[in-house]
Design a protein around this ligand. Structure first.
Ligand code: SF4
Ligand code: SF3
Length: 542
């Protein structure tokens, strides 16, 4: 196997024996094969669009298939076998449709004519032979750009899937996914074309995240400042992790009146700020921290656990208590479908629950774009009178590497006249720190999940408009942490928006060659993090 798509990749170069994330070589091969099949499907879907053939089933399938290959989403070989066969089936149907409409259905690339092996072992072998979905004959810098591009597409597919679940779709997004995977078969594209496609990825991801924002806020209202207890109540309990608010909503409805408290874990924390979710009395508090601590935290949870996308880890110590839903999968874990959480509820009722109440303090959530913009005049006045000197967006993924302490130290050391905006699971390094306020505005503002990056962009744009300057001219610095491919897509969006001087850590992606890095440094002044002291001094010009 070879996989280098995430930040924790082995030795900083690539996982070759087994994934640091727990991905086994057979699943790695099946993921490669699935993307190969998606490339074939995309050739027909892209050709189909030229003659007016747009197939909703193909669109939704593409997102699901690609999202399944994201880090920490699906570890179950059987599910990949199903997806590969389904992909081949819908490709054949689409090919017929496109041919009937007079579109091009003659492609030389092997992906267009892919025939899957009949059993799992055969599929694994095919996947091993194919490897990564990029062009293996291209020169290394092009391969690097293709990898950035594919990981960006994975992020888009993930966000598009989240958005579609909430009823928000735009064919522009699906069209780009198909155009993008089809482009991987084009040997004529040079460095500049690939750089263009990579930035286009950022543009399309912005649109995708706008859809997701519309889905979340349209269904559940705009988040409002909300205090979330970190302790627990005596009684039966369910813990829900991941990013899917619709699953949480369905779970809350189904547990109403059953004497079960529902707690959030990881990226689900910001859900407490949504009016349509917080109205449920049994939606109590938050338990635990970021995804990489789940083995310890889930093992100690005395109730049932529901894992929505993404970031699951090996659940061997609590196999009977954990359930997956949506695209998440782990072999042997019970998978619940179609928003029917009956088995989760049954398990929660059978487990002891918390023996007594415990108060462990609280955190504030709900500072998404609407809340922040509603106090824009206060913020602007604070900047003008010098009370607020700087804004830091300390945001992104968490992970297991020790170097990630940088982010908590950075927040602790940030001057008292600065505001820290945060989003995604990296915040668990500092989310419970009491940083005080500046004239009533909390110094630590939780915008939401990584899924809410659109909200952060809107806040930055609104500030820039208020000060009649560009985002790069604001007293705002972005200090980002990445782990998986949603973060790659968000980073590309920031580059597409022309945002400069982003500090990125804890380490740079293994899939970026020195020449490609050079392009990023020259055009966007992107830089690796150093130490909190050094970076703060450089940012604040001290
Ligand atoms: Fe390795 Fe990350 Fe790939 Fe998992 S997702 S196999 S940890 S590079
Ligand atoms: Fe975290 Fe997986 Fe990226 Fe959503 S939960 S930010 S890593």
């Amino acid at each position: 196997m070879f996989c280098n798509q995430c930040e924790q990749t082995a030795k900083g170069t690539g996982c070759t024996v087994a994934g640091v994330c727990g991905k086994k070589p057979d699943v790695a091969a099946l993921q490669d094969l699935l993307l190969h099949a998606v490339k074939g499907l995309s050739l027909y879907a892209h050709a189909g669009r030229q003659v007016g053939v747009v197939d909703p089933e193909v669109n939704r399938f593409t997102c699901k298939a690609v999202f399944s290959t994201l880090t920490n989403v699906d570890f179950d070989p059987a599910r990949f076998q199903e997806l590969i066969n389904q992909c081949v089936e819908i490709t054949a149907q689409l090919k017929e449709k496109v041919a009937r409409a007079g579109g091009n259905v003659s492609f030389a690339d092997a992906a267009a004519n892919f025939r899957p092996a009949t059993d799992l072992a055969g599929l694994v072998k095919q996947g091993e032979e194919i490897g990564l979905v990029i062009d293996h004959d291209a020169e290394t810098d092009i391969q690097s750009l293709q990898q950035i591009f594919v990981y960006g597409l994975k992020g888009i597919a993930a966000y598009a899937d989240h958005a579609a679940i909430l009823g928000q779709e735009d064919d522009k997004v699906y069209g780009f996914l198909h155009e993008g995977f089809a482009a991987l078969t084009n040997k004529e594209l040079g460095l500049n074309e690939w750089i263009g496609l990579v930035l286009k990825c950022g543009e399309i991801n912005l649109r995708t995240m706008e859809l997701l924002d519309a889905g979340n806020t349209g269904k559940f209202g705009h988040p409002v400042p909300t205090e979330v207890p970190l302790g627990h109540k005596q009684g039966k309990c369910i813990l829900i992790s991941g990013h899917d608010l619709q699953d949480l909503h369905d779970l809350l409805k189904q547990t109403e009146g059953k004497g079960i408290y529902v707690y959030t874990h990881g990226e689900m924390l910001p859900a407490h700020g949504y009016p349509e979710l917080k109205k449920y009395k049994h939606f109590y508090g938050h338990y635990g921290t970021a995804w990489q601590n789940q083995k310890k935290e889930f093992a100690a949870f005395p109730g049932a656990i529901l894992m929505t996308t993404n970031c699951i880890q090996d659940p061997k110590d609590y196999m009977d208590n954990i359930f997956t839903t949506g695209l998440v999968g782990w072999p042997g874990v019970q998978h619940v479908k179609n928003g029917d959480f009956g088995p989760v509820i049954e398990r929660a009722l059978a487990l002891p629950g918390f023996a007594s109440d415990e108060d462990k303090g609280s955190v504030m959530v709900g500072f998404a774009r609407n809340t922040v913009m509603s106090v824009a005049d206060k913020v602007i006045a604070g900047v003008k009178n010098g009370d607020i000197k700087h804004f830091f967006l300390v945001a992104g993924c968490d992970g297991a590497k020790p170097g990630r302490n940088y982010y908590s130290e950075f927040v602790e050391k940030a001057p008292k006249d600065s505001i820290i905006l945060t989003l995604a699971c990296g915040k668990f390094r500092f989310f419970d720190k009491k940083l005080g306020d500046i004239g009533g505005i909390p110094r630590l503002l939780d915008i939401g999940q990584c899924n809410d990056a659109y909200s952060a962009v809107q806040i930055a744009v609104a500030l820039a408009n208020a000060f009649e300057c560009g985002v790069n001219d604001l007293p705002l610095s972005l200090v980002l942490s990445w782990y998986e491919q949603k973060a790659v897509a968000i980073l590309l969006t920031l580059l597409y928006l022309g945002i400069k001087n982003i500090r990125l850590g804890p380490s740079l992606p293994a899939f970026i060659t020195p020449n490609v890095l050079d392009v990023l440094v020259k055009n966007f002044a992107i830089k690796p993090i150093t130490t909190p002291d050094e970076d703060l001094a450089a940012i604040l010009g001290q």
